[in-house]
Unconditional design. Structure first.
Length: 233
């Protein structure tokens, strides 16, 4: 059973208040994600630079080089970047998890609480993310619409992964049932689409500045709507 606030009528004011209360947490998540990603990219460039004999020239086309060292540097750099890329994406998932945890507990999710939750069961969240990504990619390979259908269950799936003890596959299948077979599931789908359109319009009209708050607000609004519509209980 979620917190009472989860079942209240969602409004933009409530979504804004929830976002403002979580600005420190969201900001730290953004910074940590960017730093990890940049560090991993730096390691890749360093290994490519070593393979290129200490020269910056031609790094972007190392695969076309005639030198084995450059090719080796490229592959070693890409391999070394992979764990940082995975960790960066793992931390980035917290941006979607914070609204889910907020409505599940009714408490403001602090930086400490967010990262403590993440690193208590990192493999669960990593594997859950891989499953969703693979399903989405496969879905987009089949006429695009199945991929969109997968993405539309993401808020519910994230909630079940972070706020419940359900097994990953059970959470995945029950998310589809909750969204597409519940009484108000299609209403929830419409809310998500409308929220996405609003985020795009706001971002365009503010020359990109809306990306600093609109997606996070939409995350809180959609989680609230999921409970309100009975998609989440």
């Amino acid at each position: 059973m979620a917190a009472p606030i989860a079942y209240e009528q969602p409004t933009l004011n409530k979504a804004w208040d929830a976002f403002v209360a979580h600005i420190p947490t969201i900001l730290v998540i953004w910074i940590v994600t960017a730093v990890i990603g940049a560090f991993g990219y730096g390691v890749k460039i360093l290994l490519m630079w070593v393979g290129n004999g200490g020269s910056l020239e031609g790094l972007g086309s190392a695969m076309d080089s005639a030198t084995a060292y450059q090719t080796l540097g490229f592959w070693l750099g890409s391999l070394a970047e992979l764990p940082f890329w995975l960790l960066s994406n793992l931390v980035g998932v917290l941006c979607a998890a914070v609204p889910a945890l907020y409505y599940a507990t009714g408490e403001t999710i602090t930086v400490d609480a967010a990262f403590r939750t993440l690193f208590r069961r990192p493999w669960r969240y990593l594997l859950a993310g891989v499953l969703l990504a693979v399903a989405a990619v496969v879905g987009f390979c089949f006429c695009i619409l199945p991929g969109i259908a997968v993405l539309l269950v993401t808020p519910v799936y994230v909630n079940k992964i972070f706020a419940t003890e359900m097994a990953i596959l059970d959470a995945f299948s029950s998310s589809f049932q909750a969204v597409y077979r519940s009484e108000n599931g299609w209403t929830f789908v419409g809310i998500q689409i409308l929220a996405g359109v609003v985020v795009i319009v706001v971002s365009i009209c503010t020359c990109g500045l809306g990306l600093l708050f609109a997606p996070a607000m939409a995350g809180f609004y959609v989680q609230n709507a999921a409970y309100r519509q009975g998609v989440l209980t």
